[in-house]
Design a protein around this ligand. Structure first.
Ligand code: ADP
Ligand code: MG
Length: 510
C-alpha cells in the first residue's frame, strides 16, 4: 500500500471527530471518501496533511511511519491537497502560482523566463496547452484554476493527491474535464483521495470507496461491487434497534399551517406541505438534496418566489426571518458556528434572543424573566456551564448546540424547524434531545426535523418527507416509516431508474 492509516483518532472538546479509523490507499487508485456533514472526512484529511495532530493512530507512507507537523511537511513527504475553494492567489500569474515557494532565483531576483518555462513544463499533460502562464490566474475559469492547483500539488508532492470536494463549483463539462485530469494522474501511479457527496461522481471516478459516519469507518468496498442503495444505507446508517426507540406514532392533530406551491428556482421545486398540531415531520435526503434549502424557504431566510403560506386565520407573509418569527416560527440552523451562536454573549443572553425578537425590541424581556428562563433551560437540557453568565464560546460544541435549541424553545414557537439538531453531540445528549422533542410536541408544538440519521427519523417522526435532487419526492406516514423504505425513496424508487455509473453527471441546480 502507498498509504495506510490505522486507528486514527482525533478528539475536539466535546466531540470525537474520528474514533479509530482505518484507511488504505494504493498507488494508481482513486479512493472516494464519503459521509454526511460532520462524518469526519475533513478531519481525516487534516490529520493526514499536518493541519491537525492526531491523538492516536499510525500513518505510513511507502511503509514508513509519518507524522507531518504542517502542510508544508506533508507536501515534502509527498502528500498534496486541493480544496473546493482554489487555494491559490488569483492576483499572481499562473507561472507565479505554480512556482511560488520554489521559484528559481538568483541574487534574489526571480528569473521570469526560466520561471515561465518551468510553469509550462509543470502544466504539460493537463490539457491546458496554449495557456498563457504570464496571465493572472484569476482571469481563468474556476475549473482551469482548479487544474492549475492540481498541477502544483502534484509537482510539489507527487505521491498522494487529496481532492476535497473539488467539483462543488464546477458544471458538468468542467467536472468531466477535471475527471480526465484525475484519470491521467491515476495512470501515472498517484494515489488519489476523492472527497465528494455526489454519488454519481463517486461511481464515475473511484475504484474503491470508504464511508465514514460519526467519526467511524462504516465500510470500505470496491466501487463496482456496491449498489447505490447499499451505499446510502451505509452513509445514513442504522444501528439502533428501531422498535425500542420508536415514538408511538400519533393521530394527526388539527391543521396548523399550510404551504401551497412553495418553492424557489434553483433551490427547491414547488411543494405542498401541511403541518398539523403536535406533529413531528421528519425530512430525509442526502447532503445537497434540498433539505436545508426547504427549511430556508419555510423560514423566509431565502424568500420563496412562488407559493403561499396560511394558517387558520389567513395568509402568512414569510419573506424574512423577522416575519417568520412574528408568525411563531423557530429555526435552529445546521451550522451553529455561523448562524447560531454569538460566542461572546453569555448563555443567558443567547437563550433569550429569539424570545426578545418575537416580542419586539421595544418590550424587553425583564432581567428576572431572562434569568429564570436561562436557569430553566440549563436544567431541562442539562447544559454543562459554570452558570448562565458564562460566555457561550467557552462551552463545548455539544453544549453550544443545546443553547441554540434552548433559544428557540424559550420562544415557545408553534412551528420549530430543527436542522440536524443532534450533529456533533454525544450519544447521551442525542437521546435527551429526542425525548425533549416528544415533550414539546405533546403540548402542541409542531416540528420539522431534518436529519441525516435514519434511526433518528424513524424514532421521532410521525411522517417523513423525502427530498431528492431539490424536490420533495415522497412521503411516508406512520407504519410506512422504515429505514429501508426511506433509503429506497432517497435512492430513487426503482434502482433501474438510477443513472448507470458515469452515464449522467449531476447538474447543480442553477
Ligand atoms: P466532514 O468533513 O465529514 O463534514 P468534519 O471532519 O469537518 O466532518 O467534522 C467532524 C466532527 O468534528 C464534527 O462534529 C465537527 O463539528 C467536529 N469538528 C471538526 N473540526 C473541529 C474543530 N476545529 N473544533 C471542534 N470541532 C470540530
Ligand atoms: Mg468537510
Amino acid at each position: 500500500m502507498l498509504l495506510t492509516i490505522r486507528d486514527l483518532t482525533k478528539v475536539f472538546p466535546g466531540t470525537r471527530a474520528l474514533g479509530g479509523v482505518d484507511f488504505d490507499l494504493a498507488a494508481g487508485e482513486v479512493h472516494a471518501l464519503l459521509g454526511e456533514n460532520g462524518a469526519g472526512k475533513s478531519t481525516l484529511i487534516k490529520c493526514l496533511t499536518g493541519v491537525y495532530q492526531r491523538d492516536r493512530g499510525e500513518i505510513t507512507l511507502d511503509g514508513q511511519p509519518i507524522s507531518p507537523a504542517s502542510t508544508y511537511e506533508a507536501q515534502e513527504l509527498g502528500i498534496g491537497t486541493v480544496y473546493q475553494e482554489v487555494n491559490l492567489l488569483p492576483n499572481l500569474t499562473v507561472a507565479e502560482n505554480l512556482t511560488f515557494g520554489r521559484q528559481p532565483a538568483r541574487f534574489g531576483l526571480v528569473q521570469g523566463r526560466k520561471m515561465r518555462a518551468e510553469a509550462e513544463e509543470m502544466l504539460a499533460g493537463y490539457g491546458l496547452d496554449g495557456m498563457n502562464v504570464g496571465r493572472e490566474l484569476g482571469t481563468y475559469p474556476v475549473a482551469v484554476q482548479q487544474i492549475v492547483a492540481i498541477a502544483r500539488a502534484v509537482a510539489l508532492s507527487g505521491k498522494v493527491l487529496i481532492l476535497d470536494e473539488p467539483t462543488a463549483s464546477l458544471d458538468a463539462r468542467e467536472t468531466e474535464r477535471l475527471f480526465d485530469v484525475v484519470r491521467g494522474l491515476r495512470e501515472r501511479g498517484l494515489g488519489i483521495v476523492f472527497v465528494s457527496h455526489f454519488l454519481d461522481q463517486v461511481f464515475a471516478l473511484s475504484d474503491r470507496l470508504t464511508v465514514l459516519r460519526n467519526g467511524e469507518k462504516i465500510v470500505t468496498a470496491e466501487t463496482a461491487g456496491i449498489s447505490r442503495l447499499d451505499l446510502i444505507h451505509h452513509m445514513l446508517g442504522h444501528d439502533l434497534e428501531e422498535a425500542e426507540h420508536r415514538r408511538a406514532r400519533r393521530r394527526a392533530g388539527a391543521e396548523a399551517l399550510t404551504f401551497t406551491g412553495t418553492g424557489r428556482r434553483g433551490k427547491v421545486a414547488p411543494f405542498d406541505l401541511t403541518v398539523r398540531e403536535g406533529e413531528v415531520i421528519g425530512m430525509a435526503g442526502l447532503l445537497g438534496s434540498g433539505r436545508t434549502e426547504t427549511a430556508d424557504l419555510l423560514f423566509g431566510r431565502t424568500p420563496a418566489d412562488c407559493g403561499a403560506a396560511r394558517d387558520s386565520e389567513g395568509p402568512l407573509p414569510l419573506s424574512t426571518p423577522r416575519e417568520a418569527i412574528a408568525a411563531g416560527f423557530g429555526y435552529a440552523p445546521e451550522d451553529r458556528k455561523t448562524d447560531g451562536i454569538i460566542a461572546d454573549l453569555s448563555v443567558r443572553e443567547n437563550i433569550i434572543l429569539a424570545l426578545q425578537a418575537r416580542r419586539g425590541w421595544s418590550r424587553p424581556v425583564s432581567r428576572a424573566e431572562q434569568k429564570a428562563l436561562a436557569e430553566e433551560y440549563i436544567r431541562r437540557l442539562d447544559i454543562r456551564t459554570d452558570g448562565p453568565e458564562k460566555p457561550v464560546g467557552d462551552l463545548s460544541g455539544g453544549n453550544q448546540q443545546k443553547v441554540v435549541l434552548a433559544r428557540w424553545l424559550a420562544m415557545n414557537p408553534r412551528f420549530l424547524i430543527l436542522d440536524e439538531p443532534t450533529r456533533g453531540i454525544d450519544v447521551g445528549a442525542h437521546a435527551e434531545i429526542l425525548k425533549l422533542i416528544g415533550e414539546v410536541t405533546a403540548s402542541g408544538m409542531s416540528i420539522l426535523l431534518i436529519s441525516s440519521e435514519l434511526d433518528e427519523l424513524v424514532a421521532a417522526s410521525d411522517r417523513v418527507i423525502v427530498v431528492r435532487d431539490r424536490a420533495h419526492v415522497a412521503e411516508l406516514i406512520g407504519e410506512e416509516i422504515e429505514t429501508d423504505a426511506i433509503v429506497k425513496a432517497i435512492a430513487a424508487s426503482d434502482e433501474a431508474d438510477a443513472p448507470a455509473p458515469g452515464e449522467r453527471m449531476r447538474e447543480p441546480a442553477e
